[in-house]
Structures are given as C-alpha cells and as structure tokens.
Design a binder for this molecule. Structure first.
Ligand code: HH2
Length: 277
C-alpha cells in the first residue's frame, strides 16, 4: 500500500487536524471523551464541522502526565477505531508505542503522530512496514520531566537539526519523503521564550520542504498571552496563533475547536490564494 501522500494533501490547502483524546487526564478535555460512545459522538461532530483528519490519542502528554501501558492504550483505542471503520476522513494515531502503532495501522490509521519522533525501539520499523505517513515532533525527555530540560543554546538550530535528523532516519529506513511531516513541538520541553523563537522560525522550518504541523491549541503559551487560566477559555487565542502560523508556512493545525479552525483556514485560503466564489 502506498503511504498517505501528506505533501500532496497539504499542498492543496492547509488542513485541520481535530484532537480526540480518549483519556481521563488530558490537560484540556481529560475525561470528556473517555468512553468509546463519547469519543465516537465527538468524532461525528468534528466531521460535521469539516475536520480534515482525526488525531486519536489514548495517553496524555501534558507535563507531569502519568504514563500508561500499551495494553491500556489499546483498550481505550480499540472500540473507537472499530467504530470509525469507514470514516470519511483519514485517521491519525497520537502514540509513541510500536505495539499500539501496529494495531492501529491494522485498523486503518493513515498517519502516526509521534511526540517522540519514532525514537522508541521498533517504532520506525512498524511505520515502515505499515506503509503509513508520520508526523515527527520535537521533544526532550518524556512528559513527566520534560520541563526540567527546557534549556537550549539555540533552540531553533537544535530543534531544526533534531527534526532533519529524524526525517533522514525515516527516509533511510524506507519511509518516502512525501509521507513525512515535521512539528517543532510547542510546549514540549520549552518555555515561553523557546516557543516564541520557534514560532518566528516557522518560515525557516517550512523551507526544509516537509509539511509543518503546529499544535498550540489551548496550551499554556496561549494562556500566558491572554491571561486565560482555563484551557477551555483559550480557543480564540489559539485560533489567532494558528492563523499566524499559516502565514508563516504551517500546513496542518492541530486543534480542539474544529469549526472555527475550519472557517479560519477557508478565510486564509480564500484571501491568500484567490479562487472563485
Ligand atoms: N500536543 C499534544 C499532543 N500531541 N502532537 C503533535 N504533533 N503536536 C503537538 O503539539 C501535540 C501533539 C498535547 O495536546 P493534547 O493532546 O490536547 O493534550 P494531552 O497530551 O494532555 O492529551
């Protein structure tokens, strides 16, 4: 099976990836979509709202999150993936574990979104054999202790070098270049200054030729700018940051609030690329 062509898909227009956290403890919506029924209802809502891809995660990666086993992830994801058979939009799996990736690929996911950039042993091989696309994200350490590692000489150079190195490793293992997206990993082992430096460097990262995915939805950096302490109150700020990211070359935005993001992408596309109405 040919891997999902992320380059062609994102060249057509920017894409909205909807976050579906099948978890009890995610930072902004933990517990809301933990049952398979609730997750499937939310998937249906996001599809009706025009989402381009659903990103299913079963382990929170918020700072300090408690890790879960591969079996727990599979128990959470299995019924949701079964319920999404025949889904009209491609599915993405937000996981780092090769066992989870293998089963999710069997159940039809088109993309593996890995905050560890396929660094766990066996992950790269599973993606290669499965013939799926991948999003490689930058993070240091693991979510439990990553904020202690937010210390860089030059965050942009280090993140860029890391992402290019991981993309090379994927291509050397047989993942086609057109199936690779990169993500600087906003908020992952980064303080506000690092996030801002990376935001300014989006054009430089985009110039490397891989579609850029950005995920700032409801994150602390948005709250630091707007004063909104509750993640659910950060959607407007997140939308502003994501539209600015599109102007700087991002091609996929990973969001909780799908409808406003879909409208924003339509407006961005219509005003910057022209076209008939
Ligand atoms: N952020 C989160 C999780 N996965 N994947 C990519 N590629 N980029 C991101 O910025 C990113 C990600 C954290 O957000 P969320 O899934 O809402 O929270 P939690 O990890 O607590 O479930």
């Amino acid at each position: 099976m040919a891997a999902f062509d992320l380059h062609a898909w994102t060249r057509e227009r920017p894409r909205v990836m909807g976050i579906l956290n099948v978890t009890p403890d995610s930072f902004s919506d933990g517990g809301r979509f933990f049952s398979a029924d609730a997750a499937l209802a939310q998937a249906e809502t996001m599809i009706a709202d025009g989402v381009d891809m659903l990103d299913l995660g079963a382990e929170s990666t918020r700072p300090g999150a408690t890790p879960v086993s591969a079996q727990q992830e599979l128990d959470r994801l299995g019924p949701v993936l079964e319920g999404l058979q025949g889904c009209p939009v491609p599915l993405s799996l937000d996981s780092s574990k090769p066992e989870v990736m293998r089963e999710a690929i069997r159940l039809g996911v088109a993309l593996v979104n890995d905050v560890r950039a396929l660094r766990l042993p066996g992950a790269l091989e599973v993606v290669c054999e499965g013939g799926v696309a991948v999003c490689l994200m930058h993070m240091r350490g693991d979510p439990r202790a990553m904020q202690d590692l937010a210390c860089y000489d030059n965050v942009v150079e280090e993140v860029e070098a890391f992402l290019l190195d991981r993309a090379q490793a994927c291509m050397a293992a047989g993942v086609p270049a057109h199936a690779i997206a990169l993500d600087p990993g906003f908020g992952f082992a980064k303080d506000f200054g690092h996030n801002r430096a990376l935001f300014h460097a989006l054009p430089r990262l985009a110039a490397r030729g891989f579609p850029l995915l950005v995920g700032m939805s409801r994150k602390r950096m948005i709250g630091q700018l707007t004063g909104a302490t509750l993640p659910a109150d950060r959607d407007a700020g997140s939308l502003a940051a994501h539209v600015m990211a599109l102007d700087r070359g991002a091609r996929i935005v990973r969001v909780h609030a799908v409808r406003p993001a879909v409208d924003a992408v339509r407006v961005w596309q219509g005003l910057t690329q022209g076209g008939e109405f």
